[in-house]
Design a protein around this ligand. Sequence first.
Ligand code: NAP
Length: 377
Amino acid sequence: MTNDKSLKFHIFGNGWVSGQVQAALQAAALPYTVSLERIENREAVLSELEHIKPTNVINTAGARGDPNVDWCESHREETIRSNIIGASNVADCCFLKGIHLTHFGSGCIYDYDETHPWGGPGYTEQDPPNFTKSFYSYTKVVSEQVLKQYPNVLILRIRNPIAADLNPKNMIVKLASYKKLINVPNSGSILPSLLPGIIVLAKHKETGVYNCEKTNPGAFTHNELMGLLKKHIWPDLAWSNFSEEEQTKILTAPRCNTELDTSKLQEKLSQYGYDIPTAHEAMEKAFGEIKMTQDVTLNRQELYGNAAKNPAPNDTPAFPQNTTSPSCTTPPVKCQSTTFCTLSIASIDTRLMPQAVRRALLQDRLSFPRASRRFRL
Ligand SMILES: NC(=O)c1ccc[n+]([C@@H]2O[C@H](COP(=O)([O-])OP(=O)(O)OC[C@H]3O[C@@H](n4cnc5c(N)ncnc54)[C@H](OP(=O)(O)O)[C@@H]3O)[C@@H](O)[C@H]2O)c1
C-alpha cells in the first residue's frame, strides 16, 4: 500500500508536458521539485538525486524540435544527447539509487502498414516499432529499447498531446494554425484526463511500456478533430485537405500516422479503480475549460506564429512561476524561484554514460546508419 505522505516527486524537464504534470501533481496534493540540470550530466543528476532523495522521478525532458521535429534532422547530436544519452542517464542513475522513474516517451514510432491499416487493429506494446524515418522517432525508438531493460522504469508513449490551453505544443493549436491538413486517423493523448491515471501508476511504481493515447472510440481524423474545434472553440475555423504526398513536399522529415492500442493501460488503470474517460468526454471537457480560461479569438496568424516560433517555456510558462514547490527542502546552490531547485553545475562527461547506451548505438540495427556513424563513442 502506498502512503502518499512519504512520496516525493522530482521532475526533469520544465517544458509544456512538465507543466501539465506539475498541475496534475498539485491537484493530487503530491509534493514535487523541478530540476534545472541537463539530464545527460551524470554527476549533476546523481548528486541531485542524492540530495533530494525523491521516491519518484518523472522525466519530461527531451528534444522534440523547434519549431517541430524537422529541427532534429539537422541537430542530431543535441537530439541524441537529450533523447538517448540523457534519458538513459536518468534511468541508470535512478536504478543505481533505487528510485522509480516515469519516463515520457513517444508513440510516434509506428506507422500504418498492411497488418495495421486505417481502421484496423492498433499497435500494441508487443509490436516492434516500425517507424524510424524521422531522426526524432529514431531516437525515441533507441531510448525506449534501452530504458525498457531497466526494472525501475515506466515508459509512457504519448502522441499528439491535447491539453486545456493554447500552448503552441498543444496538438489542437498546431492543427488550428494550419489552413491545409491531411485527413488521416491518428491516436493522441488527452493529458488532463490521462495524467491523474499516470500519477496512479507512478505512485504504485508500475513499470514497463504503456501506450498512452485517447481511448474509445479510437483514432480521430484531423477533419473530425477540426470539426470539434469548430463546434466548441472556433466557429470560424475553416480548412482544406491536401494529400500526404503534398504534405511530404513541405516537410524535411517524414511523419507517421498511426493508431495505438490502449487496452494494456486501460486494464492496468482499472485495477486501481481509475477509468479513463472516452476521448469525446475528455476532449469536450478540455475544450470547455479552454473556452472558460483562455482568449479564444481566432487569429490564425497569431496561432501559426506561436506554433512556429515555439517560444521557450520560460517565456510562456505552462505553470505559474510563483507556485511553491512543497517538497523543496534541500539547500539549493541556486534557487531561482520557489518552483525550482538545483544543486550543482558539473561538466558533461559522456564517457560516464551508461554502457547500455553504447551497446544500443553500437549494435544499432534500426536502419539509421547515419546516426551511429555521426556519433563517436
Ligand atoms: N509535445 C508533444 O507533441 C510530444 C509528443 C510526444 C512525446 N513528447 C515528449 O514529451 C517530452 C516533453 O515534451 P514537451 O512537449 O514538454 O517539450 P518541451 O516543451 O520542448 O519541453 C522539453 C523540456 O525538456 C528540456 N530538455 C531538453 N533536453 C534536455 C536536456 N538534455 N537536459 C535537461 N532538459 C532538457 C527542455 O529544456 P531546454 O529548452 O532548456 O532544452 C524543456 O524544458 C519530450 O521528450 C517529447 O519528445 C512530446
